[in-house]
Design a protein around this ligand. Structure first.
Ligand SMILES: [Zn+2]
Ligand SMILES: [Zn+2]
Length: 212
C-alpha cells in the first residue's frame, strides 16, 4: 500500500479568504464570500501529478520533514500545498487496504463514530492519475458537489431572526441568500458578515489521502 497525505488551500480570487480544498473536485465554494471557484481539471491533474512525482520519485516528503508550506499558483490563485508520504491514520489506527476495499462500495467507513469518506477517483481524474486507486478522508460536501450546482450550502443551521435595516421588521435568515427582501417594507437588507459567517463558517483545511 502507498499513500500520500494532502492538505491544500486556495486563496479566493474574489475576496482573498482561504478556501480549503478538502476533496478532489473542480469547484469549491468560498465560505466567506459564497462565490464558487472553478478550476480546470487539467490544471488540477497537473498539480496532483507533480505532487505524486515528487513524493514517489524524488522522495520529497514535505509534510513529514518540515511541515512548511510551499506557495504555488493554480490558475492565478495562490495555492498552499502540504503533502507527503503518509498512511491514513485515524485515532491512532492506520486504515489498511483491506478495510478500504471492503468498504469502497459503501463509500465510507466509521472509525470511532467518525465517518471517513472512501471513493474511487472521479471521472477524468481516474484516467489521468491511473496509479491512484482510492481517495480517503475527503470532505463529504466538497466531494459530492456537482459542477454547475451553485446553490449555497447553509450547513443545516436553524434560521435566525434579523431586523430589516429599513423598517425593523423581522426577517428570517437561513443562510441561502445574502440579500433579503423585507415582507413589510419591500426594501432589501444585506446580511452583515458576523451573521452570514454563522451559516458559512470558513472551512478548515482537512487532511485527505491518495491511496494505491
Ligand atoms: Zn471568497
Ligand atoms: Zn422592512
Amino acid at each position: 500500500m502507498e499513500s500520500i497525505a494532502l492538505e491544500i488551500k486556495l486563496e479566493c480570487k474574489s475576496c482573498g479568504n482561504s478556501i480549503a480544498m478538502n476533496a478532489m473536485n473542480t469547484e469549491f465554494e468560498c465560505k466567506a464570500c459564497c462565490e464558487y471557484v472553478k478550476l480546470s481539471q487539467g490544471a488540477l491533474i497537473e498539480c496532483y501529478t507533480e505532487i505524486i512525482r515528487r513524493v514517489v520519485k524524488d522522495n520529497d516528503n514535505r509534510l513529514k520533514v518540515t511541515g512548511s508550506v510551499i506557495p504555488f499558483f493554480l490558475e492565478g490563485m495562490q495555492c498552499t500545498r502540504l503533502y507527503g508520504k503518509k498512511f491514513p491514520f485515524y485515532d491512532g489506527a492506520q486504515l489498511d487496504m483491506e478495510t478500504i476495499e471492503k468498504n469502497i462500495e459503501a463509500g465510507f467507513v466509521i472509525i470511532h463514530e467518525k465517518k471517513i469518506l472512501l471513493r474511487r477517483l472521479p471521472r477524468g481524474f481516474d484516467q489521468a492519475l491511473s496509479n491512484v486507486k482510492y481517495l480517503v478522508g475527503e470532505d463529504e460536501v466538497q466531494a459530492n458537489h456537482l459542477p454547475g450546482d451553485t446553490r449555497k450550502q447553509a450547513d443545516g443551521i436553524q434560521p435566525v431572526l434579523f431586523s430589516c435595516l429599513s423598517c425593523g421588521g423581522a426577517l428570517s435568515v437561513d443562510g441561502t441568500t445574502r440579500i433579503l427582501e423585507c415582507n413589510y417594507c419591500k426594501n432589501s437588507s444585506y446580511i452583515p458578515d458576523g451573521l452570514w459567517l454563522k451559516f458559512h463558517p470558513v472551512s478548515m483545511v482537512k487532511r485527505w489521502y491518495l491511496v494505491w
